[in-house]
Design a protein around this ligand. Sequence first.
Ligand code: AMP
Length: 306
Amino acid sequence: MSLVVVGSMAFDAIETPFGKSDKIVGGAGTYIAWCASNFTPVKQISVVGGDFPQEELDALTNRNVSLEGVQIKKDEKTFFWSGRYHMDMNTRDTLDTQLNVLADFKPVVPESYQDCEFLMLGNLVPAVQSSVIKQLKKRPKLIVMDTMNFWMEIAMDDLKETISMVDVLMVNDSEARQLSGDYSLVRAAATIMNMGPKYVIIKKGEHGALLFHGNQVFFAPALPLEEVFDPTGAGDTFAGGFIGHLAKTEDISFENMKTAIIVGSAMASYCVERFGTERLRQITKPDIDARLAEFVQLVNFDIALV
Ligand code: AMP
């Protein structure tokens, strides 16, 4: 079993109605790696510039994240993203996207990654995502893909090609609507399943997530939190928990995907408690178990149907 993660490693600058971060380490791949490494070793594929802190790379290595597939372009700058959240903390505006090293990123899958059984395509240029699939000599057992509206606006054809190659697509509700052209999330999921993926996950921020497969649907709530400090990376952390659980258990049944969605939701609930990856770096197995128990309580009830 081996989990390969592809995704951006970045600097982010975040503004919320309650605070502002300096340039901090972020990126979809970074969040996924920090999260998934709680469950299973990770083989990372990404690119950073010479300005990316070595301590950050060392911290990931210490977490059992292999960085053999992470290119370091000494004379270039790391990808930069900046966003501002609205009062509801569920919606945000992108203020700046500087692709830098991502602009001409050509991932090279190391030979030691060829045993990949679980592939997590974090949010990234769709053609880069598909190039990783094409480089794998044996198709992984499960390919999960995340994406965002940015790519729907500038690379729709490539995006559709990549979507057609994966098993599970994760998008948020507005992205599902944009991709399918349908306001109904049930119809949107059906349309997206017709594009290729057998499973579609639609994330609804503080309102939880839906998993669709054929005619089946499962709903996982988000944990009601008193305070959401910074939602950045919640989607990536959710993805890391989802694929991390599946890779650890090596079970890709719909039933186990339900559990994986709860694990993803529990991990995301930790992520949003501090800026950036700060909270994710602190949590341990007992913390994860405690939060999973809260989820069980949240949705557990008795009913007598007569
Ligand atoms: P999320 O809040 O889960 O949607 O993910 C936020 C992370 O995605 C941030 O840390 C950003 O660095 C990263 N990100 C934002 N835009 C892009 C993009 N166009 N390509 C790759 N990563 C991005």
